[in-house]
Design a protein around this ligand. Structure first.
Ligand code: SF4
Length: 279
């Protein structure tokens, strides 16, 4: 089969940095446990490898003991979590992506300038849960149905979850503007790497009979890639790796496209492409 790989796919610099930092602290062999708060990335295979190297995954900062080393993943963490870790005497290794740090700083600034801060994003996503903590009463909306969470007047400061598509961000900002606020300050916090991957995926989806989008089920940017490919009208499958592939998925297709989310390692992508070419 003719298999084409998107011109941009796979690890972004934020994820690469988090994995490198995790590998480095494991190699250093520090005293105390070495942990991450939540899985370092949304990829089972990478998480399993890091666990084999000794990285523990904890869900709550209260589970950390004095002297433990705690990695803050690329999604970042709310300030109260960092504070709890400090109080408990943990060594913090901060792998928050610089773009997420920027979004956190913006929330703090907009909040102190008197804006009602609005984050357009999934309130259950770890990045958004972290970012929201940097202001008071930050409101999170992710669909037109949630707009009734907003106040009826005043001035709003709006940012986005970094991995949203520009179309989705723009659509939500348009709907908010239509509600007639006196002032809107919109700051673009979209991740350029994510956007380039989305553009490359859409371009490829237009040329193929079937698209395979590789990445963890929980990975927001992978799900977004799959959604964009589906919107092109091409048959699209979101798979974690070659293990999930079934021959029926490629039935009748002469050309297949492959792309991958920002937390999908190169070896998973390459194995998939090689095996699909032979299928
Ligand atoms: S997808 Fe973008 S914002 Fe998220 S970790 Fe990667 S580079 Fe940072």
């Amino acid at each position: 089969m003719d298999v084409r790989l998107a011109s941009r796919s796979g690890f972004c610099h934020g994820v690469e940095n988090a994995i490198e930092q995790a590998a480095r602290v494991l190699e250093e062999g520090r005293p105390g446990a070495i942990c991450s708060l939540g899985e370092v990335i949304h990829n089972r295979q990478v998480v399993d490898r890091l666990a084999e190297g000794g990285l523990k995954v904890l869900d709550r900062p209260e589970d950390v003991s004095a002297g433990d080393t705690v990695l803050i993943r690329s999604h970042g963490a709310p300030p109260e979590v960092i504070e709890t870790l400090r109080r408990r005497g943990a060594h913090i290794v901060d792998a928050t992506c610089v773009l997420v740090t920027r979004a956190q700083t913006l929330v703090r600034e907009l909040d102190s300038e008197g804006y009602q801060v609005v984050v357009i994003g999934d309130e259950n996503h770890p990045e958004v849960r972290g970012v929201v903590g940097y202001g008071h009463n930050v409101i999170c909306v992710d669909s037109p149905e949630q707009l009734d969470r907003l106040p009826s007047g005043g001035k709003l400061g709006i940012i986005s979850q970094t991995t949203h598509s520009p179309e989705r961000f723009g659509e939500m900002v348009g709907k908010i503007a239509a509600r007639g606020y006196a002032e809107l300050k919109v700051v673009n916090t979209l991740c350029l790497e994510t956007r380039r991957r989305q553009e490359a995926a859409v371009e490829l989806a237009r040329q193929v009979d079937v698209m395979f989008v590789l990445g963890g089920r929980q990975s927001a940017n992978t799900r977004q890639l799959a959604r964009l490919c589906e919107n092109v009208g091409v048959r699209t499958y979101h798979l974690e790796s070659w293990e999930d592939f079934r021959p029926a998925m490629a039935a009748g297709a002469a050309v297949a496209g492959v792309t991958a989310g920002a937390s999908t390692p190169e070896w998973i992508i390459q194995e998939f492409v090689d095996r699909l070419r032979e299928a």
